[in-house]
Design a protein. Sequence first.
Length: 167
Amino acid sequence: MFNKGEFVIYGNVGVCQIIDISTLDIHGAPKDKLYYILKPVNQNKSKVFTPVDNKKVVIRKIISKEDGENLLSDIPNIKELSVEDEKLREKAYKDCIRSCQCRQLLSLIKTIYSRKEERLNQGKKLSATDEKYFKLAQDNLHEELAISLKVSVDEMEDYILDKVQHH
């Protein structure tokens, strides 16, 4: 169970802060069921209500500052995805996003970045699918690392590049 005030990753919503843990006074909601009331950090006016015992959506603590720094140091060792069948590429991308794991997101980012370089060398553009998942993975990763490492989201890309170049 998480505590009020903690930052968590909640599925595809991304980083959220737990603003309350309580029952819901909403018609149809069980009066004895506890819910996390989450505030997504990237959406000022929205709230997410999810049962404390929800097993369908990934909910986990954001990584620690130390784990974030270690992850960035390990970027050169993170393997790209190996997708032999083009038809399965989008499924592999979706699986990485759904995992809500930083290492998987980095693997996806590295894979698409390599594809982009390869395609540019062939005089081709990146596919819309690649662009979509690259942005999604990058946004999710940057959002989580920004809070863990106490760096603004806008500075995160430069922060990561700086770390990689110094290793």
